[in-house]
Design a protein around this ligand. Structure first.
Ligand code: ADP
Ligand code: 5GP
Length: 197
C-alpha cells in the first residue's frame, strides 16, 4: 500500500489535548478525525454532567451517574479523573487499552489536571491550545450558546488557571485563525509519528 502522510507506523502514539473551554479543541480534534479517520481516534470520556442537545451518548461522552462514577473510582477503573466545573470527568483504562490495540494514534481531550496525571503514568505527547485573548474566548463561549451566563463566567475564571499550566506541555498553539491552527496541529502529529525515541 502506498505511504500516507499519517498512519504509516504500526503502533499509534498517545496525544493529550487540553484547552480552556471555548478555545476550539473539539473543533480542531474533529478536523483531525475527519481528515485521518484511519489513523486517529479519540477516546470517549465518562462524565456526570448532563448531555448538551447536540451530544450523542457514547460518542461524545459516556454519561453516567455520580454514584456509578464513584464506584468506578473505588474499583480503580480510571487512568485519570478530575472534577471540572462541579462534574466528574474521567478516562477509562479499558477504553485507552482498546483504542491502543487498534494501532491508531489515540487522542485524549482532557483538562490540565488529568493531563498531568497521564504524563506521570504513560508516554504521551501533551498539546496545549490557548485562545488569542480572554475577550475572544468570552465571545466564542457566547456564540456557542451551550452554557448560561453563570456557567460561562465560571469557565472564564478557570481559563486563567489552565493557561498557567501550558509550560508543562510539549507543544503550545494559540488558536487565532482556525485553519492555521489546524495546520500546526496536524504537523505535530505527523512529526511525532516520525520521532526517533
Ligand atoms: P472547546 O471544545 O475548546 O470548548 P469548541 O471547539 O466547542 O471549543 O469551540 C468553541 C466555539 O468557538 C465554537 O463555536 C467554534 O466554532 C468556535 N471556534 C473554534 N475555533 C475558532 C477560531 N479559530 N476562530 C473563531 N471561532 C472559533
Ligand atoms: P466540557 O463539559 O466542556 O465537555 O468539558 C469540560 C472540561 O472537561 C474540558 O476541559 C475537557 O477537556 C475536560 N474533560 C473532558 N473529558 C475529560 C476526562 O476524561 N478527564 C479530564 N480530566 N478532563 C476531561
Amino acid at each position: 500500500m502506498s505511504k500516507k502522510i499519517l498512519g504509516n507506523s504500526p503502533r499509534g502514539k498517545l496525544f493529550v489535548v487540553s484547552a480552556p473551554a471555548g478555545t476550539g479543541k473539539t473543533t480542531l480534534v474533529d478536523m483531525l478525525l475527519q481528515e485521518f479517520p484511519d489513523s486517529v481516534v479519540e477516546s470517549c470520556s465518562s462524565t456526570t454532567r448532563h448531555p448538551r442537545p447536540s451530544e450523542v451518548p457514547e460518542q461524545h461522552y459516556e454519561f453516567i451517574s455520580e454514584e456509578e462514577f464513584e464506584r468506578r473510582i473505588e474499583a480503580d477503573e480510571f487512568l485519570e479523573y478530575a472534577k471540572v466545573f462541579s462534574a466528574y470527568y474521567g478516562t477509562r483504562k479499558q477504553e485507552v487499552i482498546k483504542l491502543e490495540e487498534s494501532g491508531k494514534h489515540v487522542i485524549l481531550v482532557i483538562d490540565t489536571q488529568g493531563a498531568l496525571l497521564v504524563k506521570q503514568k504513560m508516554s504521551a505527547v501533551l498539546i496545549f491550545i490557548s485562545p488569542p485573548s480572554k475577550e475572544e474566548l468570552r465571545a466564542r463561549l457566547f456564540r456557542r450558546k451551550t452554557e448560561d451566563d453563570e456557567a460561562i463566567e465560571q469557565r472564564l475564571a478557570w481559563a486563567e488557571q489552565e493557561i498557567s499550566m501550558a509550560s508543562h506541555y510539549d507543544y503550545h498553539i494559540v488558536n487565532d485563525d482556525l485553519q492555521l491552527t489546524y495546520q500546526i496541529l496536524r504537523s505535530i502529529l505527523i512529526a511525532e509519528e516520525h520521532r526517533v525515541n
